[in-house]
Design a protein around this ligand. Structure first.
Ligand code: HEC
Length: 123
């Protein structure tokens, strides 16, 4: 009984994190990746490199969502991010902003929130 209550609370929490990730996706990512995340946003035509179809991340990785790769692509500050194109914004820096206190934790939260949303839209 208690387990049931706890797990349904966990589901509710995950739902709201997913909703927050979706809202931020529409605000920050859809312009390039498109509202359905298939890579057809209004900005896509202006870029040198086509924005990725973000619904195929798991499919293109043998059915497993490539958590670490996606984390690093969104963050963009690590060694693998440095190999990306300048067309994909460096969200780790954008989200960190000017105020350093607690900013790194906030960045991590935003990236994880986004990953929970992206994981939910895999085909
Ligand atoms: C200005 C356009 C633009 C915006 C805005 C943008 N992206 Fe991207 N994104 C790209 C491009 C272009 C690529 C392909 C880069 C490459 O292949 O080197 C990409 C690649 C990616 C990848 C790597 C996909 C793979 O196959 O490994 C992920 C994950 C991603 N974007 C997530 C996001 C998320 C999440 C947001 C919003 C927070 C976002 N992008 C916003 C242009 C954009």
């Amino acid at each position: 009984m208690l387990g049931l209550v706890i797990s349904s609370t966990a589901f509710a929490a995950e739902d709201s994190v997913e909703a927050a990730g979706k809202a931020r996706f529409m605000e920050s990512c859809a312009v390039c990746h498109g509202p359905q995340a298939v890579g057809d946003g209004p900005y896509a035509a202006l870029l040198n490199k086509k924005p990725a179809n973000l619904t195929l991340l798991a499919k293109n990785n043998g059915g497993t969502f490539p958590f670490n790769v996606v984390y690093d692509s969104i963050d963009g500050r690590g060694p693998s991010g440095a190999h990306g194109t300048k067309d994909m914004p460096v969200w780790g820096s954008n989200w960190k902003g000017a105020n350093a206190q607690g900013a790194e934790t906030a960045v991590r939260g935003r990236i994880l929130e986004m990953i929970i949303y992206l994981r939910s839209i895999q085909k």
